[in-house]
Design a protein around this ligand. Structure first.
Ligand SMILES: [Zn+2]
Ligand SMILES: [Zn+2]
Length: 292
């Protein structure tokens, strides 16, 4: 877990120096802190989500994806306590055990991912770019407006101080489902956050497998996504869909048949599709376009 208190100390020292340069560096430290805080939540969630399923990498967006797919409490204030005795010795429901019987073991600091994302953007706009000259006579300033940057850094620093109170991070509490990938890795998912029709990738960074999720009568199914095609010897071949999806234009993929050793070459082709009325009248046919 990253040490936000240490970062807060660094920023306070830079603000105390109080030069345009040190205040600009303080803004940079604030921006890095926001990235570290958000990516730290991603790091501990990596057992539950593949890096391939992150569609956007800005810190606020990463946390929003975690909220939707890993844990609805990723960015919440949480306190974790343990009872002094095993729970079954109390002979009463857990929520009726008196407060004095609980020992706090730590707390997760929450934050608003949208607010942190906005700070990340505004710090950059205000402090981390040189202003464009408006005319030939305009000078190139060394730094941005120190007073405005300082005011904004102080505001972000207050938020960082609040987050620095956290002593632990959790991956959440809730029912899990798991399945084994072709690469033998166990993939775990929070069942309450899975949706019918969702596509999930294997958590292995070097694995190309992905799965279609379907839910029926509270049963979860993970169907391997593959593209199948026949070899000339009649054998059915299959490649993980994600390998095909990542093929660039004009890039070939060679697939070797393990039975007859023949190689099949695959590539994406642009297709022409005629309007329904025309093609049913037999005037034109759909088919691949030869780009060369
Ligand atoms: Zn895998
Ligand atoms: Zn074959």
């Amino acid at each position: 877990m990253i040490d936000v208190k240490k970062i807060v100390g660094t920023i306070e020292k830079l603000l105390a120096e109080d030069t345009p340069q040190s205040i600009t560096y303080a803004a940079l430290e604030c921006r890095l802190a926001i990235e570290k805080i958000c990516y730290d939540r991603l790091r501990i969630a990596h057992d539950y989500i593949s890096p391939h399923d992150l569609r956007r990498y800005r810190p606020g967006d990463v946390v929003k994806t975690l909220l939707a797919e890993v844990d609805g409490n990723t960015a919440s204030n949480l306190t974790i306590s343990i009872s002094r005795q095993p729970s079954d010795t109390y002979k009463i429901p857990i929520d009726q055990i008196s407060d004095t019987e609980w020992v706090q073991i730590g707390a997760q600091a929450g934050f608003d991912p949208k607010k942190l994302g906005n700070y990340w953007q505004s710090l950059s706009n205000l402090a981390l770019h040189v202003r464009l000259p408006k005319s030939k006579d305009d000078g190139i300033p060394e730094y941005g407006d120190a007073a405005r940057i300082r005011k904004h850094v102080t505001e972000v620093l207050d938020e960082l101080k609040r987050i620095a109170i956290g002593t632990l991070l959790t991956t959440g509490i809730g029912e899990e489902v798991s399945f084994e990938c072709e690469c033998a890795r166990a993939n775990r998912r929070r069942s309450g956050l899975l949706r019918n029709g969702q596509i999930v990738s294997c958590v292995g960074v070097d694995c190309n497998e992905s799965f279609d999720v379907s839910i029926e009568n509270n049963e979860f199914y993970f169907v391997r996504r593959v593209i199948r095609f026949p070899c000339q010897c009649g054998e059915q071949l299959a490649i993980p869909t994600r390998i095909a999806e990542n093929l660039k234009r004009d890039q070939f993929l060679d697939v070797e048949c393990l039975k007859c050793r023949e190689r099949t070459r695959l590539m994406w082709r642009l297709m022409r599709k005629q309007p329904e009325a025309q093609s049913s009248a037999g005037q034109a046919q759909s088919g691949p376009i030869d780009a060369r």
